[in-house]
Design a protein around this ligand. Sequence first.
Ligand code: CTP
Length: 404
Amino acid sequence: MGSLAGKNVLLGVTGGIAAYKAPDLVRRLREQGAEVRVVLTPAAARFVTPLTFQAVSGHPVRDSLWDEAAEAAMGHIELARWADLALVAPATADFLARLAAGLADDLLATLCLATAAPLWVAPAMNRQMWAHPATVENLARLESRGVRVLGPAEGAQACGETGAGRMLEPAELTAALAAEDGDGSLQGRRVLVTAGPTREALDPVRYLSNRSSGKMGYAVAAAARAAGAEVVLVSGPVELPAPAGVRVIGVETAAQMQAAVQAELPGTDVFVGAAAVADYRPAEPAGQKIKKREEALQVALVRNPDILAGVAAATPRPFVVGFAAETHDLEANARQKLEAKRLDLVAANAVGPDRGFDRDDNALRAFWPGGERDLGSGAKRVLAKQLVELIAERMRAGHQAEDS
Ligand code: CTP
């Protein structure tokens, strides 16, 4: 069995010439252990017959919202709930435009709106269509909502032209899904994550905050969800879409973040503090906008509660993971935090003018009492997956120690 074992994959096929490769894609997804249900757009059914997909998937294929017998067997909302992940391959320019606009004018578009599962698209079209500003804009909109785009590749096209717009090969698509998908190591666990900055009001229009983008915390939440966990994300103000299948609670101040964390703590197995919580807040925020009368202005600040240390001090307590952003003496400072806040694991990253904050990549080293692991550098998404795997591994090690 491959790494998609037991996963329910909803495969949407739209009407491009690359649809002829989709039956092979179904076969490869099934080889990886996935259960596949295929939905065709009416245009796709002109390229490959539903019967072909029924034969390779082992299930009836749907191509209409108005199929009464099929709706009675598994309604479209049930199908949307059934999916662990959804992939549209090939995805035509037209389908991407409808998806970007949020239309629900056929079964596949409706399912893409109705599912909470992560959505992937594998575009395939003529190179001019791919480069058209309308398509570029639609793709950017979809990506900003968390839709993942696979390809396209460059090469010879069915229309006789050469350029970007070829659908990735079925083997490449399958490998990409398998690589991203978690291993179920947090199945049945509840994970609570904090992310982003906090804002501490100086007056009704000004605040103290920091440069945190929330990307690391959001990536951890998505990776924990992919590993099978129920995930709640308490987030400061960021410009990121909610990861698929994750419940997001938006907060602004450290006090609100702490209250949300305390409320969600019961039943939590893992807590990951990835938020850049402001350590201090103005002692007395002004009720009205501060006017510029004085030459110099003094603002008294008071300490904010340490949310992470608070969770670690609770009984019973979850497995507690903190982040340490350090400009110097990374290991010594990270270990000091591990001990002082009584953490089970700390993930340390170097920060500076061009490292760490507000970027897509990062470098992480993890420390725990008696051990460490260099998680390397790379995309935050990849590092988050490794961190989640390490968390699952350390939890198992902890249980074994308790049992022996
Ligand atoms: N943290 C928290 N609540 C705070 C401050 C920090 O939950 N009020 C958490 C962060 O989410 C992170 C960890 O504590 O997981 C480390 O935060 P960091 O700011 O790097 O360390 P501090 O403990 O604040 O120490 P210092 O600023 O002196 O480095």
